[in-house]
Design a protein around this ligand. Structure first.
Ligand code: DGY
Length: 327
C-alpha cells in the first residue's frame, strides 16, 4: 500500500477518503514538525501533504526515494525546491483560488482595525479604562473616500480592490504585470511604484514573494508614503523589512500597519511588539472553517490523482510532464 504522510491535522473529512486506498500517517501534534521529525516521517512516503512552514528542500527530496507528489496545502510554494522536485520527476501541487476571497476579507479586517484602533479599544475597555465618551478618545483615520493602493494585483489584490467600492475609494495599483481586466472592471488605475507609495492612504501588499518583491518595503519607501498612511501585508513577510517598519511606526513616518505575515515567521521583530499603532495577527489569511476545509480537500484530491496515475489538477511544475513521469 502506498504511504501518504501529512505534516499537520487537517479540517474536514477528506483524509478519511485517503485512508480507503492508502496508508495514511498524520503528524498529530498542534505544532510545526521539527526538521528531524519531518525527515524521518516523510522518508518512505509516496506522497506528502505539506504546510507552508515545512521546508521541502533538496535534502528532504533526496531522502524520499519513493516520492511522487508534494501536495502543499497553501497557494504559496516558496517552501519547496520546485526545480529540484521537477528534476526528480515529482509533482508539486498547491491549492489556488479557494482562499482568494477569505484573504481579501482579512486584508479589510486589518485596514479597519488599524484605522479605527479596534485592538487598542478592546484592550482599553477590558482594562477598565472606559469611563465615558470623550472627544479625544482613540481617534483613528477615515477609510471611506480615501485612496487604496494595491501592491500585487493578482487574484487576492483584485478581490481586495473590489471591496473598496463600498467605501467609495479610488483604487490604484502596482504589479509586475498590468491587470487590464481589473482596470476595467474595478476602475483601478495602474501607477508606477513611487506613485503607489506617494498616493496611497491604505497600501495593501498582496504580492507573492519573488526577486522583485523581496525586501521592497524599507525605510526609504516608508519615507515616501503619507504620514497618515496605513500599510497592510497579507502577502509574504519578507516583502517588508520589519526592523525598518518598527522604526517608521515609532517615529510617526507612517501612521499605522497591520501584518498577517512576517519576515522570519513565526518570529516577530521585537520592535513591532512594543508598538500600539500596529495590529499583528498569526498568518490567518485563509483561516476560516470553510476555506481551510476546501484547501484540505484540494490537497487530498491532488494526492489521489497523482498516486492513481493521473495528472493532478493544481500542478505548479508542469515542466514535470515533459519528463518521464514516475508511476
Ligand atoms: C497561502 O496559502 O499561501 C496562504 O498564505 C495560507 O494562508
Amino acid at each position: 500500500m502506498k504511504k501518504v504522510f501529512i505534516t499537520a491535522n487537517l479540517p474536514g473529512k477528506s483524509v478519511d477518503l485517503l485512508r480507503r486506498d492508502f496508508h495514511v500517517e498524520v503528524f498529530p501534534e498542534e505544532r510545526p514538525m521539527t526538521r528531524t521529525e519531518l525527515l524521518k516521517s516523510a522518508n518512505n512516503a509516496h506522497a506528502i501533504i505539506t504546510m507552508l512552514f515545512d521546508k521541502v528542500d533538496r535534502i528532504l527530496i533526496e531522502s524520499c526515494q519513493k516520492l511522487c507528489v508534494i501536495s502543499n496545502c497553501a497557494v504559496g510554494t516558496e517552501n519547496i525546491d520546485i526545480p529540484y522536485a521537477t528534476e526528480k520527476r515529482i509533482f508539486v501541487t498547491n491549492t489556488p483560488g479557494v482562499l482568494t476571497e477569505t484573504t481579501a476579507d482579512l486584508a479589510w479586517a486589518l485596514i479597519l482595525s488599524v484605522s479605527r484602533r479596534l485592538v487598542e479599544g478592546d484592550s482599553f475597555l477590558r482594562d477598565g479604562k472606559f469611563i465615558g465618551w470623550r472627544p479625544l478618545l482613540l481617534l483613528g483615520v477615515n477609510v471611506y473616500g480615501k485612496t487604496l493602493g494595491i501592491y500585487g494585483m493578482g487574484r487576492i489584490g483584485t478581490a481586495v480592490a473590489r471591496r473598496a467600492k463600498g467605501f467609495d475609494m479610488q483604487v490604484i495599483y502596482h504589479s509586475r504585470r498590468r491587470n487590464k481586466d481589473g482596470e476595467r472592471k474595478i476602475r483601478a488605475k495602474y501607477v508606477d511604484f513611487p506613485n503607489l507609495l506617494k498616493e496611497s492612504d491604505f497600501l495593501v501588499i498582496t504580492a507573492p514573494l519573488n526577486d522583485e518583491s523581496r525586501g521592497r518595503f524599507g525605510i526609504e519607501e516608508f519615507r515616501k508614503m503619507k504620514r497618515t498612511s496605513v500599510l497592510v501585508n497579507v502577502g509574504r513577510g519578507q516583502i517588508i523589512k520589519e526592523k525598518e517598519l518598527a522604526f517608521a511606526l515609532k517615529e510617526g513616518i507612517i501612521w499605522g500597519a497591520g501584518l498577517d505575515v512576517y519576515e522570519r515567521e513565526p518570529h516577530v521583530e521585537e520592535g513591532l511588539l512594543e508598538l500600539k499603532n500596529i495590529v499583528l495577527i498569526p498568518h490567518l489569511g485563509s483561516a476560516t472553517q470553510e476555506t481551510r476545509t476546501r484547501m484540505a480537500d484540494i490537497a487530498v484530491e491532488n494526492v489521489i490523482l497523482a498516486l492513481s496515475g493521473n495528472i493532478p489538477k493544481n500542478l505548479v511544475n508542469p515542466k514535470v510532464l515533459g519528463e518521464n513521469k514516475k508511476s
